[in-house]
Design a binder for this molecule. Structure first.
Ligand code: ADP
Ligand code: MG
Length: 240
């Protein structure tokens, strides 16, 4: 579903991604971890072309992202993304936030958008919040709206960039639970997170990045028990 082949990315002279070979199968859940500044967000942002790669090849759901001819709107409509900051539209209700892209971009009818919105809010456990404004919701609820909004275009891939990092501790689990539910439903997911419990429980594979490189990749069992990379060992020592 996602394939990086020898991908490099520079910001000016600074090389942020170094020779990345990385692939994600359909239905797979990959958790990306690593120190701050190691390139995790950039890696994710390349997948939906929020960042352009400098060299190499990147193929997402059969589309060659690095080709000029690729329709980025088509690409992005197949990928939902959830950020650390929820990025909801403050002047729109929860339901309006969720229905906006399907109706405006995909031309989904009002009736179908309503129905889809109701299902999605039920799925993330907040059907009763549809007509409220984001500011009146807790952080955990807002992030679940962001997940519902990401799903509203019926994407084939969901990307998460530290989705629980801005949340109070008591709200982290409700968001992780919504994500785990999505994973159980077979969604292809790439998740940047420091939540190691989630990684152990939900990930099919863990990828560790350091200074722009993928330096270790393995199953959670292997990665948490006996990482081979020194930097990964130290990192786990610090956060576990
Ligand atoms: P992470 O998500 O692992 O913390 P990022 O992908 O955000 O890492 O950033 C990796 C490195 O690239 C950092 O050193 C960061 O300062 C740099 N960087 C990120 N975005 C930009 C940008 N738009 N311009 C210049 N440097 C950037
Ligand atoms: Mg980041």
């Amino acid at each position: 579903m996602i394939e990086f082949r020898g991908v490099n990315k520079y910001f000016g002279d600074f090389q942020v991604l170094k020779d990345i070979d990385f692939s994600v199968e359909e239905g797979e859940v990959v958790v990306v971890i690593g120190p701050s500044g190691s390139g995790k967000s950039t890696l994710l942002r390349c997948i939906n072309a929020l960042e352009e790669i400098s060299s190499g090849e990147l193929i997402v759901d059969g589309m060659r992202v690095h080709d000029r001819g690729t329709n980025l709107n088509t690409l992005r409509s197949e990928i939902g993304m959830v950020f650390q900051s929820f990025n909801l539209y403050p002047h729109k209700t929860v339901a309006e936030n969720i229905k906006l892209a399907p109706t405006k971009v995909k031309g989904v009818s009002k009736g179908e958008a309503d129905e889809r919105c109701e299902k999605l809010l039920t799925r993330v456990g907040i059907p009763e919040q549809a007509n409220k404004y984001p500011e009146s919701l807790s952080g955990g609820q807002q992030q679940r709206v962001a997940i519902a909004r990401g799903l509203a275009m019926e994407p084939r891939i969901m990307l998460f960039d530290e989705p629980t990092s801005a949340l109070d501790p008591e709200m982290i689990n409700e968001v992780l639970e919504a994500m785990a539910d999505l994973a159980r439903g077979g969604m292809t997911m790439v998740v940047v997170t420091h939540e190691m419990g989630f990684a152990r429980r939900v990930a099919d594979r863990v990828v560790f990045m350091d200074e722009g490189r993928i330096v270790e990749t393995g199953t959670p069992e292997h990665f948490f028990r006996e990482p081979e990379n020194e930097r990964a060992k130290r990192f786990l020592g610090q956060i576990l």
